[in-house]
Design a protein around this ligand. Structure first.
Ligand SMILES: [Fe+2]
Length: 234
């Protein structure tokens, strides 16, 4: 009995071509819309933000998949396509629509095993599932965990502060807004199941907590508890 050598069904060149396809698809979604009713001026609704989020999720999901013994290729490809339709479809439809676009691409580019295509598309379709992570495949779980983790931590904090600027808020609201990132991080830490995702969540939560504490140390008036008391009487 020889050692089984599992060959990856996706070459580096094929993965790069997929990345390019996803980026072009997102850019075209923004260019082709005619109403501007989706608040496109917010940076997180732009093609660049979405693509960057996707790359973060590819990286995080790949790391989780490796540690958890999931099929890394399925997870990375599913992560790459998971939000491809986010800018053109309604939120409730974007996962199904993303799976459709991915299947069309994978069926017509290269010679990927049918089971590989099925598993990747299933993960994309199920990635917005809100229930227990025990209900979905291991590959889908890796994707959901990574998707949730990208919104917490230093990156989530940076985005929240940027959002404050777009909402013309004063920087004195910063501690309270960072508190929201912290709450979201706690929700994420409660939801994820794998040890890898849990440890990433805790590391990221700690960074947000530090940032909030440093902010309040430098600007005592910014204390988020005081903020709440100040506005509770309104
Ligand atoms: Fe996502």
């Amino acid at each position: 009995m020889g050692v089984e050598i599992k060959e990856s069904p996706v070459s580096d060149a094929e993965f790069e071509a997929m990345e390019e396809f996803v980026y072009d698809y997102l850019t075209a979604s923004v260019e082709n819309e005619d109403d501007g009713g989706r608040m496109r001026w917010y940076p997180w609704h732009s093609a660049d933000y979405r693509f960057n989020h996707i790359l973060n999720v590819v990286d995080l999901a790949g790391r989780i998949a490796e540690h958890e013994g999931a099929n890394v290729d399925v997870v990375r490809v599913a992560a790459l396509f998971h939000d491809i339709a986010k800018l053109e479809a309604e939120q409730e439809r974007h996962a199904d629509e993303g799976a459709r676009v991915a299947r069309e691409y994978l069926d017509t580019h290269g010679d990927f095993p049918q089971s590989f295509v099925e598993e990747a598309c299933q993960a994309i379709r199920d990635h917005s599932y809100q229930g227990e992570l025990d209900d979905v495949s291991l590959e889908t779980r890796c994707l959901i965990e990574a998707d949730v983790l990208d919104k917490v931590g230093a990156n989530g904090t940076a985005l929240m502060l940027l959002r404050m600027g777009y909402e013309a808020r004063s920087h004195m609201d910063a501690a309270e807004m960072v508190e929201r990132v912290l709450e979201r991080g706690k929700d994420a830490a409660r939801r994820v199941e794998s040890e890898t995702a849990e440890s990433i969540a805790h590391k990221r939560l700690k960074r947000v907590k530090w940032f909030q504490e440093w902010l309040e140390m430098e600007v005592p008036e910014m204390d988020h508890d005081e903020f709440e008391e100040l506005y509770r009487s309104d």
